[in-house]
Write a protein that binds this ligand. Structure first.
Ligand code: ADP
Ligand code: MG
Length: 510
């Protein structure tokens, strides 16, 4: 039988881990000998190159290298387009990354890898979770479960270290996303998510972009050339790469020397950590605000937080740690590698699910963990307000423990003699339905012809941990009702997954 691994499918960096024969979680190195694989895909004929080489090729082939794919999983209509106008769905590009990770793990372990636990940000909506699961299936993996990245990180940090009723604050600042989660250790082996929040568009990549824009301004003031007007993708990419390297050096040193060339001219400059900090301060402040919002949502104060865990490569930035120390009044706990904790935790959970014993440093066997989750986002239906404008009417609130079922009454018809009502279910907290993600819809028919506003309709939504939404709607006067398991129209059908898997299978992935 094949092995089960844990996969951290990151926005910028991905990683895999496994619980070894001794019961210890271990990172798996890729073919390049690294534990982190850039989540970048280069399209080249019938070949797909994934990882470091693809990321490097972004300078030469900016139109054929795809990055930040995970940010697009929330948009059902988004497709990446290469220079030959070919379209690539985010699921299929994610599947290519997963395939490379699977292949490399098989090579490193010397055995087949068939099963995996894949992690996602805690704030991912069901659409994004299900699309991640489908990406795994396209890559030929049996996806044992999709779990939250902060939950995985908490498992790797040692669940509550045997203590009960402790609150854990997880701050995950990666390359493309910021994710904050508050969890409660119920018992030695049980973990419950209290709340999660974050920003899909905030991460180290934004720091690189801001620093690169700073370089462009310096270039203009020295050479009088506005590189923004030149609009050269290759220069953009080269500046961004230089910015990322400078940023990483500034986590260890207080200054760094940078040399850049563009438009036949050279710019040499020395960058101080202070200057970099000024550039990214507003982003760090934003993470601080989101952390406080999460704390308020969990109805806790900083005094109630027992442990602060750091996850994500960008938490190596000293300013981030200083901000958190000040904010929380606690010294944040840092794993040896904050960017490996999620994969290690996913491996622990994969071992749990596949019956492999996990041991602590003393060699003692650990009990299987049980995870309790909450709804990452509110679930509701689209209704009309008094101005006849579409609005989101929430039925299940964000952070409700799942499985759950909630009923809300007071719905009715908008027109006289209206005999059917279309119930569109959406996920999100925004009042504006367009800002939410569509889950599916059902139509309640056979409502008696009555003046508008007279029928009394009640809607019940049921929701379980696999993210399946069940709808029950009833017109109370006539007893007309409908029950339906909602199908998200944006998800690939079984047939589409099969076809995509065949396409991926026919490609050379390296
Ligand atoms: P994700 O989970 O979002 O894919 P990671 O947690 O692996 O990403 O973090 C990747 C980000 O961390 C990148 O933006 C990278 O530049 C940044 N990073 C890595 N090491 C450092 C460092 N020493 N200092 C600052 N940023 C770093
Ligand atoms: Mg990450």
């Amino acid at each position: 039988m094949g092995k089960a691994i844990g996969i951290d499918l990151g926005t910028t960096m991905s990683a895999t881990a496994i619980v070894d024969a001794m019961g210890r979680p271990q990172m798996i190195a890729n073919r390049e000998g690294k534990t982190l694989t850039p989540s970048a895909v280069l399209v080249r004929g019938a070949e797909r190159v994934v990882g470091e080489r693809a990321k490097r090729a972004a300078i030469a082939k900016p139109h054929n290298v795809f990055q930040f794919i995970k940010r697009r999983m929330c948009d059902p209509d988004f497709v990446f387009i290469d220079e030959d106008e070919r379209q690539h769905r985010p699921e299929e590009l994610s599947a290519l990354i997963l395939k490379k990770l699977k292949q490399d793990a098989e090579q490193a372990l010397g055995t087949e890898v068939t099963e995996a636990v894949i992690t996602v940000p805690a704030y991912f909506a069901d659409l994004e979770r299900n699309r991640t699961r489908q990406a795994g299936e396209i890559a030929g993996l049996k996806v044992l479960d999709i779990i939250n990245e902060p939950t995985a990180a908490a498992l790797a940090y040692g669940l509550g270290k045997g203590e009960a009723d402790k609150n854990i604050f997880v701050y995950d600042l990666g390359g493309g996303t910021f994710d904050v989660t508050i969890m409660n250790v119920i018992g030695p082996e049980a973990l419950r998510v209290l709340t999660s929040g974050g920003d899909r568009f905030l991460g180290g990549g934004d720091f690189d972009a801001d620093l690169s824009a700073y370089f462009v301004r310096q270039f203009e003031s020295k050479h009088g050339v506005d590189l923004k007007k030149v609009g050269d993708l290759k220069t953009d990419q080269a500046f961004c790469d230089a910015a990322e390297l400078a940023k990483i050096d500034l986590s260890a040193d207080s200054q760094v020397d940078v040399s850049l060339s563009a438009a036949g001219k050279v710019l040499d400059l020395t960058l101080e950590r202070r200057d970099f900090e000024k550039l990214i301060k507003h982003h760090i402040e934003k993470t601080k605000d989101l952390s406080e919002e999460a704390l308020a949502a969990a109805k806790l104060g900083w005094r109630d937080i027992d442990r602060v865990l750091l996850v994500g490569g960008s938490t190596r930035i000293p300013m981030v740690r200083e901000m958190l120390q000040q904010l929380t009044g606690k010294t944040p706990e840092v794993g040896i590698n904050p960017d490996e904790m999620v994969a290690l935790g996913a491996a622990i959970y994969a071992a749990n699910l596949s019956g492999v014993t996990v041991r602590n440093a003393k060699g003692q066997a650990l009990k299987q963990v049980s995870l309790r989750n909450v709804t990452a986002h509110a679930l509701g239906v689209i209704t009309l307000d008094h101005e006849h404008k579409d609005v989101n009417s929430t039925i299940i609130e964000k952070d409700t423990e799942i499985p759950t079922e909630k009923t809300r009454g007071g719905y009715t018809t908008a027109d006289d003699n209206q005999t059917s009502v279309r119930l569109q279910v959406i996920q999100g907290e925004d009042l504006e339905p367009a800002e939410c993600i569509k889950v599916g819809e059902a139509v309640l028919e056979g409502i008696p012809a009555l003046p508008k506003g007279e029928p009394k309709i009640e809607v019940t939504l049921g929701y379980d941990s696999s993210g399946i939404v069940r709808l029950h709607a009833k017109e109370l006067g006539s007893g007309r009702e409908i029950r339906s398991e909602l199908q998200c129209p944006a998800l690939m059908s079984k047939r589409q997954i099969q076809q995509s898997a065949e396409r991926v299978d026919a490609l050379k992935v390296s």
